[in-house]
Design a protein around this ligand. Structure first.
Ligand SMILES: *[C@@H]1O[C@H](CO)[C@@H](O)[C@H](O)[C@H]1NC(C)=O
Ligand SMILES: *[C@@H]1O[C@H](CO)[C@@H](O)[C@H](O)[C@H]1NC(C)=O
Ligand SMILES: *[C@@H]1O[C@H](CO)[C@@H](O)[C@H](O)[C@H]1NC(C)=O
Ligand SMILES: *[C@@H]1O[C@H](CO)[C@@H](O)[C@H](O)[C@H]1NC(C)=O
Ligand SMILES: *[C@@H]1O[C@H](CO)[C@@H](O)[C@H](O)[C@H]1NC(C)=O
Length: 492
C-alpha cells in the first residue's frame, strides 16, 4: 500500500473502529479466566480513554493485539504480537491461560499461542484489566500485580510510564521503533537509558548512537533546555536511586492526551492531541538540528548551529585533520595543542559556557560534592579531562560533580546550556590572557605613535616650516584663501 492510500485508509479505519466500538455494548475493562476477547470485542478502560483489541495494518492484511487511544485508534501505544501478525480479525482470541498468563491464540491454527505475557510470577493471574492511564495489568486472586504492559513498552511511552532500568531485577524499559507504518515489528532504532555515568537517554541505530538528550541536571536534560517551557503541561519525573534509574512524565490535570513516540525515522516525537482539530500535533521532536546528530564534531569538538561552519575545537585544541575539516568532515575531532604534564601547577581549566554537557558514559558522579571540590578532585586526578556541576536546581554555578576521564564527545552550544570546565595545560590557558596583552600593547603603541605624530606636527608647524609658508600662516593678513600659495608661486 502506498503512502497516499494509507493516509486515506487510516481515517477510514478509525471511523470503522469507533463505530464498531459503539456497537460493542458489553465492553468491559476486565477479562477473567472465563472470558475471552477476539474479533470486534475489546476491553475498554473504565473512563473510556483507552481500548485493547485487535487492530489491522497494511490494509487489513495483518492484525495485531494492541492498546490505542479511543479518540484516535491509529495512535496505537502498545503492541503485543509485534513480530507475529494474525492474518484476519477473526483468527485471534485473547484469554487468560491455565498458567495465568494473558495469551493471544491463533484460532485458525489449533489455538497455537501467538503471544504470551510470559509472566514468571508465582501466583497465576486471575484478572486482566485495562486502566484509564493505558496500562494493562494482570493481577492475582490476592491482588498482586503479576504483569503490566507499562513494563514492556514498544515504540511509545505515555503519561505515567517510565523509560529506564530497574537496577535490582535488570529489567529494561526501552523503546524500539516500528519497522515501518505497516509493520510494528522492531525496526532499526532504539531509545534506551545509559546508566554508566550520569544517566542520559540515547537513540541507537543498529549499534550506533545517533542522538543523546544529555544528562539530567535536576531540572531537565542538559541538551533540552526548552523542556522548562512545557512544564505547565507535563510534570517530568527523573528517578536516580540504587534501585532504579528512570525518566517519565505525567500529563498535568486538564492537559490533553499526549504520547512520546520513537518514530520509524529515529526521531522522538512528543505529540499532543488537539481536541479542536482532532489531530495529533508534534509538540517537540529530537534530534532537532544538525548539532544534535551524535559526534558530528568529533572528540573535543563543539557544535554550534548559529555559525555557518558548525564545528569548532574547544579552546586549547586544534583540528586533527585540517584536510578533512576543510571537506566539512569534522568527525575526526580535535587534538590538544599542549600535552598535559599533570603536575600540581602545570594544568588549569578553561570554562566552556552554555553547552549541552558531553557524553557522560564512563564519567563519575558525586551529587554531594561542591563545584569547587569537583575542580580540586579533577585537578588531582591525572586522568580527569573535564568537570561540571551535576545539579543546577539551586541556581548559580550549580552543585554536585561530574568528572570525565575520556575524550569529550558530542558537546554543543545550546541556549540555556551549562558550564563545562575543560582541563588544559596552563600555557594554553595563558594564551587566552596573552592574546589580550598584545592587543593592549598595540593600542598603547598606536596611541603613543599618534601622540608623537601630533607633537611632531605641532613642532614642525612652528619651527620647520619653510620661511614662505611660516610667513603666510603667521601673517594672517591674506585677503582670500589660497593667497599664500599664490604668493609662494609668485615668489618662485
Ligand atoms: C485494500 O483492500 C481493499 C479490499 O480489501 C481493496 O479493494 C483495495 O484495493 C486495497 N487497497 C490497497 C491500497 O491495497
Ligand atoms: C480454541 O479455544 C477455544 C476456547 O478455549 C475453544 O472453544 C476452541 O474449541 C478451541 N479450538 C481448537 C481448534 O482447539
Ligand atoms: C515467552 O517465552 C517464550 C519461551 O521462553 C519465548 O519464545 C517468547 O518469545 C516469549 N514471549 C514474549 C512475548 O516475551
Ligand atoms: C518522525 O518525526 C519527524 C519529526 O517530527 C518527522 O519529520 C518525520 O516525518 C517522522 N517520521 C515518520 C516516519 O513519521
Ligand atoms: C588513570 O588511568 C590509567 C589507565 O586507564 C589507570 O591505570 C590509572 O589507575 C588511572 N589513574 C587514576 C588516578 O585514576
Amino acid at each position: 500500500m502506498n503512502q497516499s492510500h494509507r493516509r486515506l485508509f487510516l481515517p477510514l479505519l478509525s471511523v470503522l473502529l469507533l463505530t464498531a466500538s459503539a456497537v460493542v455494548a458489553d465492553s468491559s475493562s476486565t477479562l477473567t479466566r472465563q472470558g475471552a476477547i477476539g474479533g470486534e470485542r475489546r476491553l475498554v478502560s473504565p473512563g473510556g480513554v483507552f481500548q485493547l483489541g485487535l487492530f489491522p495494518v497494511a490494509n487489513g492484511t495483518k492484525w495485531f493485539l494492541g492498546i490505542w487511544f479511543t479518540v484516535s485508534p491509529p495512535a496505537v501505544v502498545w503492541v503485543a504480537n509485534r513480530d507475529r501478525p494474525l492474518d484476519a480479525l477473526s483468527s485471534g482470541m485473547v484469554t487468560l491461560s491455565g498458567g495465568g498468563d494473558l495469551v493471544l491464540l491463533y484460532t485458525a491454527r489449533d489455538n497455537v499461542t501467538v503471544w504470551s505475557s510470559n509472566s514468571s510470577a508465582a501466583a497465576p493471574a486471575a484478572v486482566a484489566q485495562l486502566h484509564d492511564n493505558g496500562n494493562l495489568m494482570l493481577t492475582s486472586e490476592a491482588g498482586a500485580v503479576v504483569w503490566q504492559s507499562f513494563e514492556h513498552p514498544t515504540n511509545t511511552f505515555i503519561s505515567e510510564m517510565r523509560t529506564g532500568r530497574d537496577l535490582r531485577t535488570g529489567a529494561v524499559w526501552s523503546l524500539s521503533s516500528w519497522r515501518d507504518a505497516d509493520d510494528p515489528s522492531a525496526g532499526d532504532f532504539r531509545y534506551d537509558m545509559d546508566t554508566s555515568g550520569s544517566p542520559e537517554l540515547h537513540i541507537w541505530r543498529e549499534g550506533r548512537k545517533t542522538y543523546r538528550t544529555g544528562p539530567w541536571n535536576g531540572v531537565r536534560f542538559s541538551g533540552i533546555p526548552e523542556m522548562t517551557t512545557f512544564e505547565d503541561m507535563f510534570e517530568f519525573r527523573f528517578t536516580d536511586t540504587a534501585d532504579e534509574v528512570s525518566y517519565g512524565y505525567r500529563d498535568r490535570v486538564g492537559s490533553p492526551p499526549s504520547r512520546v513516540v520513537l518514530n520509524e525515522s529515529g526521531v522522538m516525537q512528543r505529540m499532543v492531541w488537539d481536541r479542536a482539530t482532532g489531530a495529533w500535533n508534534t509538540f517537540w521532536s529530537g534530534p532537532r538540528d544538525q548539532c544534535d546528530s551524535y559526534g558530528l564534531c568529533g572528540a573535543f569538538g563543539v557544535c554550534n548551529v548559529v555559525d555557518a561552519i558548525v564545528c569548532s575545537c574547544v579552546h586549547g585544541f586544534q583540528q586533527r585533520s585540517p584536510a578533512e575539516w576543510r571537506m566539512r568532515d569534522a568527525s575526526g575531532g580535535c587534538a590538544r595543542r599542549t600535552p598535559l604534564r599533570c603536575g600540581d601547577d602545570s594544568d588549569g581549566f578553561y570554562a566552556l559556557r552554555g553547552v549541552k554537557l558531553p557524553e557522560t558514559h564512563g564519567s563519575s558522579v558525586d551529587a554531594g560534592a561542591s563545584l569547587e571540590e569537583c575542580g580540586r578532585r579533577c585537578l588531582s586526578n591525572c586522568n580527569c579531562t573535564a568537570y561540571a556541576a551535576s545539579d543546577i536546581r539551586g541556581g548559580g554555578a550549580g552543585t554536585g560533580c561530574i568528572q570525565w576521564f575520556v575524550d569529550l564527545m558530542d558537546t554543543r552550544f545550546v541556549d540555556g546550556g551549562q558550564d563545562l570546565f575543560v582541563r588544559l595545560a596552563l600555557s594554553d590557558l595563558e594564551n587566552t590572557k596573552t592574546k589580550k596583552f598584545p592587543a593592549v600593547i598595540a593600542t598603547v603603541i598606536t596611541g603613543f605613535a599618534l601622540l608623537a605624530l601630533l607633537i611632531g606636527f605641532l613642532i614642525w608647524r612652528k619651527r620647520d616650516r619653510p620661511w614662505w609658508l611660516r610667513h603666510c600662516l603667521q601673517g594672517g593678513n591674506a585677503r582670500r584663501p589660497g593667497s599664500c600659495s599664490e604668493e609662494a608661486v609668485d615668489r618662485e
